[in-house]
Design a protein around this ligand. Structure first.
Ligand SMILES: Cc1cc2nc3c(=O)[nH]c(=O)nc-3n(C[C@H](O)[C@H](O)[C@H](O)COP(=O)(O)OP(=O)(O)OC[C@H]3O[C@@H](n4cnc5c(N)ncnc54)[C@H](O)[C@@H]3O)c2cc1C
Length: 644
């Protein structure tokens, strides 16, 4: 798709440039007085949290932002493979894939040895992330991602829309109430900045609060959560430009290193014409802010022109620009319980996204870590509120996501020392010498982390050890379910199995069959399915509410090696009757495809088969033998709550 030819225009890219307008701002309505979940901040973390909560009709959610309306320009632009997968879980990946610029190559430029004032391409390589996911890394305006999440919220069962023009000024957590599940221990005070006649101060009481309010988070400060690490010492200019240039790699991501004037990173943007530049500006004094450099857009463009000699940059339009400085810092804890939570308290207040980790923009990790924070937390809050899981489940958020944040900070430190290369004020030689080969090696080494696909949670109540990893070596326990395709038995349709993991709060069990005929009652798969369907202590029977569809809490799929199966030979449980008419669900049974075999691709033991248990956030909780019914029972009993 091409757009922005005659100027940058925010909004829905499905609408032609000539008539595109930003989406209307929802009317300013009074805040509700009491909610289940209060989300502060409409960035990627807040909107992902809200999008997740919007799936649940029985949960009352409120999301607020200090701004007067949705983001229209700028900020992050890289959508990692993993973020794309999560957006697929929200049923919104198609638009992103269509509209985003999909990264294919990276080019590296260094000073020309013959003419050091000029730059010269050293090499071009395929993007290191290719093949890590069925999705590529995409480049699209953060505002467009917000819009897709907002659309999903609006069209959900809850029709959730944000309350803009609300600045959180104070957050109280009543310690006497935090351990009472039904209480509303949170009181949040907001100042209203719209021009209406309604009260200018409003309070909301909530059972849980999630602070997604960015790097200067008021929630974090009110919870006395401390950011640990280095504060900013380097400023970068970031610009979205429409320009005419003879620089040949303008439609390829490039790392450009000049001899004397610093570095530029260019990223092609959606629509075919727009391009993002990150321009190294220099060191800051202690306590100095980038804004105090008093640089104009023209100054920043001039710096880029100098770095990119001998190429011409004729800037026609600056769609957005900013000067950006961030230190590498992580919050000491991600919820309101004491560090390490020795008493096993129920957390009631959380921080997510930039509110609990800040770093440089170079790796494109801000949005891509913030959004998965909320994706990790959302289903847990919902499961506890709905009485499906024990509240101790909420303790896993801080431990799982803080680990990722610490990895992120370390990766950012390494990348920053490679990309920012100009001589330092104290002429520290270690920071002056680097070359693009080091960046390339870093990108290769960290490709899984950069793509978000190798993020792995530690063992906990919702992630077992790796005892049975050999049964499916390509479905890494603790990591996200790496999708692969299979053929639906009922109609021959090809299905990405990972796309069955929708963000609807359900657990999933994928049964990969062995070589026994699953139609025979003596086979391992048949015994497992009979157990799941009939035994009172089967997790499916135990945790599915009376009268609800059989797959409403735990959704079971089967994938077989045999290609000559007929659905009617298989146990009813695998094509269950559902809904008010008892219609059969024909979309739960698959077989492997010749030449595109999921068993081969994911290292599944053909003679044993296995079960792969997938959490509602698409991470693999455990891999078990087909015969390990007791282990399956033990796993779910640890944190789930039986039907009432
Ligand atoms: C100016 C800027 C430029 C950036 N540029 C890049 C970039 O070039 N590349 C890149 O990868 N990343 C960039 N980032 C980082 C990236 O945008 C963030 O990592 C990502 O948006 C984090 O998401 P979040 O939801 O945690 O927080 P944010 O996106 O920061 O959202 C926080 C939200 O909370 C709201 N809020 C804050 N305080 C309150 C309050 N007291 N009451 C109510 N609402 C409040 C804010 O208005 C905001 O909408 C940039 C960030 C900023 C701020």
């Amino acid at each position: 798709m091409q757009f922005h030819l005659n100027g940058f225009k925010p909004g829905n890219y499905q609408i032609p440039d000539s008539v595109r307008e930003p989406a209307a701002i929802p009317p300013v309505l009074d805040l509700p007085q009491e909610v289940d979940v209060l989300i502060v901040g409409c960035g990627p973390a807040g909107l992902a949290m809200a999008r997740q909560m919007s799936e649940f009709a029985d949960i009352k959610t409120c999301i607020v932002d200090a701004k007067s309306g949705p983001l229209l320009f700028g900020q992050a632009d890289g959508i990692s493979c993993r973020t794309m997968e999560i957006m697929e879980g929200f049923n919104s990946s198609e638009m992103l894939v269509k509209e985003a610029y999909l990264l294919n190559q990276t080019a590296f430029w260094e000073p020309n040895k013959e003419q050091p004032a000029n730059i010269k391409r050293t090499h071009k390589i395929p993007d290191a992330r290719i093949g890590l996911s069925e999705f590529a890394h995409g480049i699209v305006n953060q505002a467009r991602l917000h819009e897709l999440l907002l659309d999903g919220m609006k069209n959900s069962v809850t029709h959730l829309v944000p309350h803009y023009s609300r600045q959180l000024t104070k957050l109280d957590v009543d310690a006497k109430l935090t351990q009472e599940l039904d209480a509303h221990p949170i009181t949040a005070t907001f100042e209203r900045s719209d021009m209406s006649q309604s009260p200018t101060v409003e309070t909301v009481r909530a059972r849980y609060v999630v602070g997604c309010d960015g790097a200067r988070s008021t929630v974090r400060k009110n919870l006395s959560i401390v950011l640990e690490g280095d504060s900013a010492n380097k400023a970068w200019g970031v610009m979205d430009l429409l320009l005419v240039t003879d620089y040949p790699d303008i439609r390829v991501k490039s790392f450009i290193q000049s001899k004397e004037d610093g570095a530029v990173m260019t990223i092609p943007r959606e629509g075919g014409y727009l391009v993002r530049f990150y321009i190294e500006l220099g060191l800051l004094e202690k306590d100095q802010r980038a804004s105090q450099l008093n640089l104009t857009a023209e100054d920043v463009i001039a710096r880029a022109q100098k770095i990119m000699q001998p190429y011409r940059l004729d800037v026609k339009e600056v769609a957005w620009w900013s000067i950006y400085e961030v230190g590498q810092r992580v919050a000491d804890r991600f919820d309101d319980t004491p560090a390490g939570n020795p008493e096993g308290l129920i957390p009631r207040a959380f921080v997510a996204g930039d509110a609990c980790h800040t770093h440089s923009p170079k790796g494109g990790w801000g949005l891509n870590t913030s959004l998965p924070d909320a994706f990790n937390l959302g289903w847990k809050v919902a499961a506890v509120l709905q009485g499906k899981s024990q509240p101790k489940l909420l303790q896993t958020y801080s431990s799982e996501r803080r680990k990722v944040a610490l990895q992120l900070i370390e990766a950012d430190r390494q990348l920053s020392s490679l990309v920012a290369t100009r001589p330092t004020k104290n002429n520290d030689a270690s920071q002056t010498k680097t070359n693009t080969v080091d960046i390339e090696k870093f990108m290769e080494r960290q490709s899984g982390f950069v793509a978000g696909t190798s993020i792995e949670y530690n063992p906990s109540m919702i992630r077992t050890g790796a005892e049975n990893q050999d049964l499916a070596s390509g479905f890494k326990i603790g990591q996200r379910f790496h999708s692969a395709q299979a053929i639906r038995v009922a109609d021959g349709g090809r299905q990405h199995l990972g796309h069955l993991n929708k963000a609807d709060g359900r657990w999933r069990i994928f049964i990969f069959g062995n070589q026994q005929n699953p139609a025979q009652s003596s086979s391992d798969v048949n015994s497992l399915v009979q157990f799941l369907a009939s035994e009172d202590f089967s997790p499916v029977r135990k945790f599915t509410p009376e009268g609800a569809d059989v797959d409403s809490v735990i959704d079971v799929y089967a994938v077989f090696q045999q290609q000559d199966l007929s659905i009617d030979e298989l146990p009813d449980f695998l094509w269950p009757a559902k809904g008010k008419y008892g219609l059969r669900d024909y979309e739960k049974v698959f077989h492997a495809e010749n030449g595109n075999d999921v068993f081969e691709q994911r290292g599944i033991d053909r003679s044993s088969g296995c079960m792969v248990v997938v959490r509602p956030d698409q991470h693999i909780a455990t891999v078990l033998p087909l015969t390990a019914q007791n282990k399956l029972v033990e796993f779910f009993d640890e944190f789930m709550v039986g039907k009432m």
